[in-house]
Design a protein around this ligand. Structure first.
Ligand SMILES: [Zn+2]
Length: 370
């Protein structure tokens, strides 16, 4: 029978033990005592070293704990120094203790029962019932669990017989002696895992996405040192999305201009010259924008073309003409605008401006084309 040192002290990460048995190939080692935690209760196994050998897996086989090694254990060596991979174990203790606290808060304040737990390499999950939890409730849970975390509640382990143990959050199916993990007066759970001494050591708990799994709601969470990388990851993803959106917007604007230019050319090709030999584009729009200006520029690139576009918004006018007509658009438009109390001007090829009222636009255009 292997003595489980992590039951008594989860912070014992360096220990000495005697070899009990070793498999013929030297890769499966059983000790009289160990601080290596085997995969169980939703918590993954520890990694670390025994002597010069790496421990690659730890398996709970009833009364014994088997250490799988990366290289054969020499049969002549009867004792071992074990060193646990500290960051990995402390991370597991934070995620696991966070789950106890999260499940306790959800049961106490939100009527949600935890039905299972999984500690993953990237994120952990708890399945709760009933599955109906609104996004607003999730935020309340997150706030409440972090409030309780900051109270730095003490976490203690006791042993009680299954028959006498009272007030457990979840009934234990086990008989005999139970290992009970208590968070102050908030929670009592039968558990064989590794836990922190105080809730404050968790650092912080961040809830992630949810998904419905059969009757339960699966909630993702990260705790401790996993929180900041997760937030940073989200911020980077957000920045990348913004950049991509900006690129898309730029491409869209470019395409709109190209489309307007093609449309201006088509308009000229389809138009007939008037009695004075001019090809005229006169039209009113709700608003004059860059695409219309591009369309006009393309239109008046053709000999004989003249365009007068108005926009009701801002009582705007755009006047452009091909040089073959001998019109100086700026010189024609500016005096008319000035006389009507408006503002504007431009080059011989294209001019624009605004009047005090949209109702005055039509008369201005008539004067321009007279
Ligand atoms: Zn536990």
């Amino acid at each position: 029978m292997t003595e489980r040192l992590y039951y008594h002290d989860a912070y014992l990460l360096d220990f000495q033990a005697q070899v009990q048995t070793c498999s013929p190939d030297g890769l499966r080692l059983i000790l009289d005592r160990t601080a290596f935690y085997p995969t169980s209760g939703g918590q993954p196994h520890d990694l670390g070293t025994l002597g010069d050998h790496c421990v690659v897996d730890v398996i709970d086989e009833g009364d014994e704990i088997v250490h799988l090694l990366d290289s054969p254990w020499p049969s002549s060596t009867t004792s071992a120094r074990g060193l646990i991979d500290v960051p990995r174990r402390l991370d597991h203790m934070r995620q696991h203790t966070a789950q106890h606290l999260l499940s306790a808060v959800m049961a106490e304040d939100f009527g949600l029962a935890t039905v299972s737990f999984h500690l993953g390499a990237a994120a952990s999950t708890v399945d709760v019932e009933p599955a109906a939890v609104s996004p607003a409730t999730l935020l309340q849970i997150e706030r409440r669990v972090n409030e309780r975390l900051r109270e730095n509640l003490s976490i203690n382990v006791s042993y009680e017989s299954a028959a006498d143990a009272q007030g457990l959050r979840k009934e234990s199916g086990r008989q005999g002696m139970l290992r009970i993990v208590s968070i102050a007066s908030l929670d009592r759970s039968a558990c064989g895992g590794t836990h922190l001494r105080h809730t404050g050591e968790i650092g912080m708990i961040l809830l992630g996405g949810t998904e419905k799994v059969r009757q339960a709601l699966r909630m993702e969470f990260v705790a401790g040192d996993r929180v900041l990388p997760r937030i940073r990851q989200s911020m980077q993803a957000e920045a990348e999305l913004r950049a991509r959106l900006a690129d898309t917007d730029k491409s869209r604007k470019k395409l709109t201009i190209e489309l307007a230019e093609a449309s201006g050319q088509l308009r000229f090709a389809a138009a007939q010259p008037d009695a004075q030999g001019r090809v005229l584009w006169r039209e009113e729009f709700p608003e004059l924008d860059d695409a219309l200006r591009a369309g006009v520029a393309a239109f008046v690139a053709n000999p004989g073309a003249v365009a007068v576009l108005t926009g009701r918004s801002g009582a705007a006018v755009l006047f452009a003409a091909h040089p073959s007509l001998g019109i100086d658009c700026g010189k024609c438009l500016k005096p008319l605008l000035d006389a009507a109390g408006g503002r504007g001007g431009g080059s011989p090829r294209m001019a624009q401006g605004g009047l005090p009222e949209a109702a005055m636009l039509s008369a201005l255009v008539d004067q321009l084309l007279a």
